[in-house]
Design a protein around this ligand. Structure first.
Ligand code: GRF
Length: 197
């Protein structure tokens, strides 16, 4: 069902680490009038720096560590309960480093986005920058997509390309791709908020 664009889109953002994409979304809400509100940030890791970003901006945040649960299904049920307390219109995966169970994904079908550091369908999975260099590709980039049960699959919403330079390392490439991630993730959320997807 399209979002009622009179109200800010309710977001729950899931992270595991630095949270630079989370920061880009916060900045876009605060400075570029992205019509959204982050209701909560949830991390599976207590040491995720993104939690401090949430704290600094007064956003409710939670840690749900995987080791406290016997199975992926149990973890995902607890995660789902926590998320649903906030009644999100959209769940935003921003560097959330866990495989998601089928039931969880089905529950948020068409309501959960992910950002991946490659031009999908190329380079699903980890270490994408290194793999691009090893393959000798001259283009690389990032993709925002809806989450479906297959890993790093699902309909693509936006992509951005960067040129691979001769002297690039995985680190320099990652930096350039990150800049593009920070541009297209808020843009994809805006399209969703405006009912344009
Ligand atoms: C990004 O590269 C994103 O594409 C991938 O995980 C990384 C998260 O970075 N899914 P950050 O935590 O947002 O800085």
């Amino acid at each position: 069902m399209p979002h009622n664009s009179d109200k800010p889109l309710r977001l729950v953002v899931l992270i595991s680490g630095n949270g630079s994409n989370l920061q880009a979304i916060i900045d876009s809400i605060e400075n570029d009038s992205l019509p959204a509100r982050i209701e909560a940030v949830i991390s599976n890791r207590a040491d995720a720096y993104g939690l401090q970003r949430a704290q600094k901006h007064g956003i409710p945040h939670h840690v749900l560590p995987g080791k406290e649960f016997k199975s992926r299904e149990e973890y995902d049920q607890a995660l789902q309960q926590l998320i649903d307390q906030y009644h999100p219109d959209l769940v935003v995966l921003a560097g959330f480093m866990r495989i998601l169970s089928e039931n969880f994904v089905q529950h948020y079908l068409h309501k959960m986005m992910n950002i991946h550091p490659s031009l999908l369908p190329k380079y699903k999975g980890l270490n994408t920058h290194q793999r691009v260099l090893e393959a000798g590709d001259d283009r690389h980039g990032c993709s925002v997509h809806f989450v479906t049960p297959e890993l790093d699959d699902g309909p693509i919403i936006l992509q951005a390309e960067v040129e691979v330079k001769d002297d690039d390392t995985a680190e320099t490439l990652a930096q350039r791709v990150h800049r593009e991630e920070h541009r297209i993730y808020p843009e994809a959320i805006r399209l969703f908020a405006e009912g344009k997807i």
